[in-house]
Design a protein around this ligand. Structure first.
Ligand code: AMP
Length: 443
């Protein structure tokens, strides 16, 4: 199959060829004809599957072939993304695909001045990529009208809900014309997403390109059990031992990012960090330097790393496991892209056993554990498997304390697995949007 056989017009074929896309990926092969036929879409496709071109390319074709010229302050296609990084990345791809088309594209997101965005929207834009909050601000300030909207894309819809955008989505829903095409992309399909899809889509075509919620199988994944306080030490040890060149590291919190970056920089390691507290320009600079291999280790929180697209990224390290299991799939989706192989290593301490169990249940696999010599944890990480069971070993009787014996490590060995109280699993708070504006008509 080629892009030409999918019915794409010449200017798009030329753009794809220039990008080196030779054959459509599975999601593109299914999505492109369906979008061209005007259907609503509900696609389960994770990052790295080529989903962006899957919706953007046919959407650009429809905008070129159908519909009136864009008028002042209007948009004809709206792509909603959870973060500014993803919005920028999606916009960069859209602009590349649209290179030979007479269409205008633009991206708007928060954290930067709204005035230039308002100016830019004055003449109208064919394709607008936006984060939900800024879109609403622009709409409320009359800088944006949605009455010309032909197509709405919800990209990484699960992530938008996880980040608490459900109210914004409900507000945007009320601003939309009833007659439109809607395409929903999500890495995972929770009940909330299905509910959202039920309200937003009409007779959608369902596309599922990889087994539901299963991480890309081109990524070799394993876990190294370790005590919490020795994670940084273990990271440096593994990095040196494995001669890691370019690693994206995920930490749970902003403080965690800063602490690890400080530690690595203190050891003379070329590291930088990105998180939501840093200004957009600083985040972008760190990202660009990492992409250009000027920074060896980039430490990020989940939110900041969203949308990061680095070709051939060989390795992802989960310094902390994510609180939301789905994020594990997003994280490791940064490696093993477009058929390349990658590695994803998780440094897991006893506290994180429930998160590990949730990830194994979601990905339907038991992650291999590799103990690193001299880093065996004092607090054993209880056994887990894909059934969601955390196997707690029965308490062993404590050895009597002997004076002067053992030291810390031996003492630790006495405190066996069953005694380590694992944290209760933390569930993300998700509000489900309530849409009550009545049924909408198909285009
Ligand atoms: P996405 O899942 O949209 O983030 O795309 C992942 C990566 O695959 C991006 O770097 C795209 O440029 C690339 N890509 C998308 N479609 C194709 C294709 N048909 N052939 C080769 N690379 C592609």
């Amino acid at each position: 199959m080629t892009f030409a056989t999918l019915g794409l017009i010449e200017p798009l074929l030329r753009a794809l060829e220039a990008l080196g896309y030779q054959t459509p990926t599975p999601v593109q092969a299914q999505a492109i004809p369906a979008v061209l036929a005007g259907r609503d879409l509900m696609a389960a496709a994770q990052t790295g599957t080529g989903k962006t071109a899957g919706f953007a390319v046919p959407l650009l074709q429809l905008l070129t072939m159908e519909g009136p010229k864009v008028t002042a302050n209007s948009v004809r296609a709206l792509i909603l993304c959870p973060t500014r990084e993803l919005a920028e990345q999606v916009h960069a791809s859209v602009a590349q695909y649209a290179e030979h088309l007479p269409l205008t594209t633009y991206a708007v997101y928060g954290g930067v001045s709204i005035n230039p965005q308002m100016m830019k929207l004055r003449k109208g834009v064919d394709v607008l990529v936006a984060t939900p909050g800024r879109l609403i601000d622009l709409f409320r300030q009359n800088a944006l009208k949605l009455n010309q909207l032909q197509t709405l894309v919800l990209d990484e819809a699960d992530r938008m809900l996880d980040l608490g955008f459900s109210e914004e989505l409900a507000n945007i829903y009320r601003m939309l014309p009833k007659k439109r095409q809607t395409l929903l992309f999500s890495a995972t399909f929770s009940d909330d997403i299905r509910l959202l899809a039920g309200q937003m889509l009409i007779d959608p075509l369902s596309i599922e390109v990889s087994p539901r919620n299963v991480a890309a199988n081109t990524v070799k994944q394993w876990v190294v059990p370790v005590d919490k306080k020795r994670k940084a030490e273990l990271f440096v040890h593994l990095m040196r031992k494995g001669k890691w060149k370019q690693v994206l590291v995920f930490a749970k919190t902003r403080n965690g990012v800063d602490a690890l970056v400080d530690k690595l920089q203190g050891l003379g390691i070329n590291a930088d960090g990105i998180h939501g507290d840093k200004p957009q320009a600083t985040r972008q600079r760190a990202l660009d330097r990492f992409k250009a291999s000027e920074v060896q280790i980039l430490v990020a929180t989940d939110v900041a790393a969203r949308g990061l697209d680095i070709e051939d990224l060989p390795m992802v390290v989960n310094f902390d496991l994510p609180i939301v299991a789905e994020d594990y799939i997003h994280r490791i989706g940064r490696t093993g892209r477009a058929g390349n192989t990658g590695e994803a290593i998780s440094l897991v301490c006893a506290d994180e056993v429930n998160m590990l169990s949730a990830i194994e249940m979601l990905t339907r696999q038991t992650l291999a554990r590799k103990m690193e010599q001299d880093f065996e944890p004092e607090h054993r990480v209880p056994d887990t498997d894909a059934s969601g069971q955390v196997v707690k070993k029965p308490k062993k009787p404590k050895k009597p304390k002997t004076s002067g014996g053992g030291g810390k490590r031996n003492l630790g060995k006495w405190v066996e697995s069953g005694e380590v109280a694992a944290e209760p699993s933390i569930k993300p708070v998700r509000k489900v949007p309530v849409f009550n504006t009545g049924p909408r008509k198909k285009k």
